[in-house]
Design a protein around this ligand. Sequence first.
Ligand code: HEM
Length: 421
Amino acid sequence: MTSHAHVNHMPAIPLYGPDFAAHPQAVYARLREYGQVAPVDIAPGVGAYLVVGYRAALDLLHDTATWSKDPRAWQATVPPDCPVLPMLGWRPNPLTSDGETHARYRRVITDAFAMIEPHTLRAETARAADSLIRRFAAAGTADLVAGYARPLPLVLFNQLFGVPYEDHDRLLAPMAGMLEAQNPEEATRAGAEFEEYVAELVAVKQRRRGPDLISRYLDHPAGLSAEEVVHHVVLTLAAGNEPTANLISNALSRMLSDDRYFSSLAGGALTARDAVHDVLRNEPPLANYGAHFPRTAVDFHGVRIQAGQLVLVSYAAANTTPDGLPPGPRTDGGAHLAWSAGPHACPVRGHALLVATTAIEQITSHLCDLEPTVPRSRLPWRPGPFHTALAQLPVRFSPVHPEQAGITPWTEGPAAGPAPS
Ligand code: HEM
């Protein structure tokens, strides 16, 4: 679909650029004027339909007879350098597969993660957290996005993939390059380095297995080829890294700017878990995703959608308009779609929750007088149609020196690479 063919010939609303990043709820309010489904542009000249209603989102996510996750027909209609292809293009992995293939691929990931004991995951997360905190603890200031929330899942995944500590930067550097790159050449180069690194890692594990995720992917009875394993490792990193980083930084920023959390340090009223649930409902890290394509032309909540057209689900908009939910106060924190729903819902939400809450608890207990240096309303957000992502979270705190005996539980072990410049 191009940006000219739209519902009722009304203009598509852009989901890229600084306006959407700064005021997403204002944009969702405009989109709701179209009804349950609205026309958007996710990049210049790349149109899509966005499902903004909770009920319509559930209808779509559970109806695999009508909707496919396979993007190949749509992909053939966009240029090969289309900037959203890295997020939406086909790969042999669960995210872009249907039916039996999907079930086979997904089982590899769920079975491998099921073998990680919660206490091990908590301990590994705490170790990754400590190695990062050591890099800035003595400074008394830090940007908790660049220095903590974003590198933390990467350091953790390196551990879970069985990468020796001294090799961590080989993954961290190209991942940072891909995420930060301002120009396509740099992003492409970083992307190639990253895939090369993962392919090398898989080759090493093919020769010598260990007690790690990649070895479990290789040995799974589903019998993935080495190439499929590479794609599953890439998906694990891509799906696990950004949303987890955003869950941590969005929740930390809420905690640090909300007196209810601040006073609860003494009173115990609200916890890291509450902040995480607040974010899942009100600022879901994956804001708009869930790419689907109708198998044949379909009338969906009043909109005619042609076969193969791109339809995305706005978890963020649907969460904040819970039509179809029972009214009144809720004791469960409210139903939400932050993990999506249906057969493609996040397969490791328990693990992700444990990582996020541990990461938050670890830093707030080591640096207990953390204070934001910029009010939350003035914090910058990263542009992009898919995520809700803080660009920075500058803080100050009383400096803590590694040699302060009894104060720093992280004196053991090396720091994770050089401090950010
Ligand atoms: C340990 C970290 C994580 C890993 C390894 C991971 C992995 C995955 C994988 C493999 C899928 C694809 C499932 C399928 O297609 O059947 C997926 C889907 C999804 N995950 Fe996670 N995830 C992680 C953390 C998160 C976090 C923190 C969030 C946000 C709260 C999240 C939200 C989602 C959503 C919304 C989907 C559906 C994808 C879509 O919209 O198409 N995940 N995840």
